[in-house]
Write a protein that binds this ligand. Structure first.
Ligand SMILES: Cc1cc2nc3c(=O)[nH]c(=O)nc-3n(C[C@H](O)[C@H](O)[C@H](O)COP(=O)(O)O)c2cc1C
Length: 193
């Protein structure tokens, strides 16, 4: 199985990255993680466990690989390294603007740029509100290139009971967008609770 890249950028919602990585590893999907410096700051604000503690846990899986944000010699920086695609979760407006404009000054951005040029799946989980025209235009540019824009919006009709439910729904969406599932699990589908 080709690896899936998870890019973590500095938008609010570190728990979404944790949920996506946990789920990929639970499925034994080879998972390559790259985390921006801002994402580590946000992680410190939002999470119970430090990023390094989570890293140590994930590293117990033989399917997990992590590269530093400035490691532009990492395999995922090259189109010759085959991957199944990438999700950026959460995706900051800064990283989205860079990706939409072909800027690739760190490993997360370069890996996303490689996905675009190689026509591989790219899924962005943007978190910002309200959105101004530049945010929206950047996302429109990427959507027109085939990128899936999947904001972590709650499915209110499922009556989410807490952040765990919101994360599970968004992670379900990510798995579908990455082509790992054909559809959301039954209990996350409208009318099938
Ligand atoms: C606690 C915290 C929360 C933030 N939340 C968001 C957010 O939800 N969306 C966003 O676009 N930027 C957010 N930012 C700002 C980004 O971290 C900042 O723009 C940074 O430059 C993004 O860098 P990166 O794209 O390299 O991760 C937040 C910053 C902090 C410290």
């Amino acid at each position: 199985m080709k690896p899936v890249i998870v890019g973590i950028s500095g938008a609010s919602g570190s728990v979404l990255a944790q949920g996506a990585i946990d789920e990929l590893l639970r499925r034994d999907v080879p998972t390559v993680v790259v985390c921006s410096n801002s994402a580590k700051l946000v992680w410190q604000e939002e999470m119970e466990s430090s990023f390094n503690e989570c890293l140590a846990e994930w590293q117990e899986s033989p399917h997990f690989t992590h590269y530093a944000i400035n490691d532009l010699r990492a395999p995922i920086a090259s189109g010759t390294y085959p991957t199944a695609g990438m999700v950026v979760a959460p995706a900051s407006m800064n990283s989205i603007a860079s990706i939409a404009n072909g800027l690739s000054g760190n490993l997360l951005l370069r890996a996303a740029d490689v996905c675009l040029k190689e026509n591989r799946r790219l899924v962005l989980v943007p978190r910002e509100t309200p959105l101004h025209s530049i945010h929206l235009e950047n996302m429109l540019t990427l959507s027109r290139m085939g990128v899936v824009i999947a904001p972590p919006e709650p499915a209110f009709y499922l009556k989410p009971q807490g952040i765990g439910d919101l994360v599970r729904f968004t992670v379900g969406r990510i798995m579908v967008a990455l082509g790992l599932d054909d559809a959301l699990p039954g209990d996350l589908q409208y009318g099938r609770q």
